[in-house]
Ligand binder design. Sequence first.
Ligand code: NDP
Ligand code: GDR
Length: 328
Amino acid sequence: MPTALITGVTGQDGAYLAQFLLGKGYRVLGLLRRSASSDVIGERLRWLGILDRVELLDGNMSDLGSLIRILQKHEPDEVYNLAAQSFVASSWQQPLLTGMVTGLGAVNMLEAVRTAAPRARFYQASSSEMFGKIQEPRQNERTPFYPRSPYAAAKLYAHWMTVNYRESFSLHASSGILFNHESPLRGIEFVTRKITDGVARIKLGLACELRLGNLEARRDWGHARDYVRAMWLMLQQPAPDDYVVATGRSTSVGEFCRIAFAHAGLDHREFVRVDPALFRPAEVDVLRGDAAKAESVLGWQPESSLEELAAEMVEADLARHRRLRETS
Ligand code: NDP
Ligand code: GDR
């Protein structure tokens, strides 16, 4: 039975990846940072019904010793580095922490792998945010980067360190440059989930408006369940490499609102208000990925459409708010 270690296992992607790997017969270990709110830890794993099947190990991306000890003890075959301060808007408020966790945290894990498990295959969660102020209308593995936030700059450092450790120490280290991917398990601060949660509240009479920032921003949105499959495929290749993972379809925040509200039989124009306080200091205006390499080398293709994704998210938020209403 192969063993995989996932950092960020309590996040959206970590939960779906754990479910995917368990389905493939892996022993799944997850790095868990200590929290005073232990009652809500593992909520996403519980939602997927796999909390008792993932072995949670105490550690932190900022503590190299904890990472080395975990690798020495468990000798994983695959390490998926998903942990990060991942919210772009917060990275202007906490640029140093973002650099330490999202940037240096990845290097801590690379050092730990190099030291304690050099034969393990390593995956780094790189991001389309690294393209930032885009240099080409469709972004692929050869498109120059132009990060526009402390988060993106930290991810770019982690990305190049992954490439560097691959070239310097012959690690099987791959980097997935993933475009935005969403699901019912998406954090509520991210725009798609904020919208589907808002739709559910408005539909159930719990709210009368939804305040958003830049409705013109365009993103290439896919389903997280499809994207964790691409992570695994990268580590099954004989040689490590970098891959863009995207749908190739770019949609505005305003259009996502239209789709999500329409699913609940509502007209978004009646409820969405633009709040200038929610605009970012520097915006990534548009992203659209070209995943031709992932398609040809990995045989990867997305399965969910944007409409299916929005419908699944709205339904999950409606069900959640109905449950909360019944139990309160
Ligand atoms: P989430 O924000 O949902 O999850 C982040 C995870 O990192 C959580 O498990 C969190 O733990 C953990 N974490 C944060 N700080 C530390 C720390 N100091 N030590 C240990 N663990 C820590 O992110 P996603 O699941 O959406 O994304 C996964 C990865 O992929 C991230 O690196 C993200 O930047 C990247 N990415 C995401 C994309 C997306 O569209 N979702 C696209 C491209 C890249 P806790 O639960 O305790 O907070
Ligand atoms: P992003 O995701 O920054 O692309 O990073 P987010 O959903 O936060 O923003 C997408 C776009 O929507 C605009 N926007 C708003 N965003 C939020 N959060 N809240 C609002 O009210 C709002 N109104 C408009 C934003 O300005 C932006 O243009 C995500 C994260 O998962 C990263 O970790 C990951 O690397 C990238 O996706 C790819």
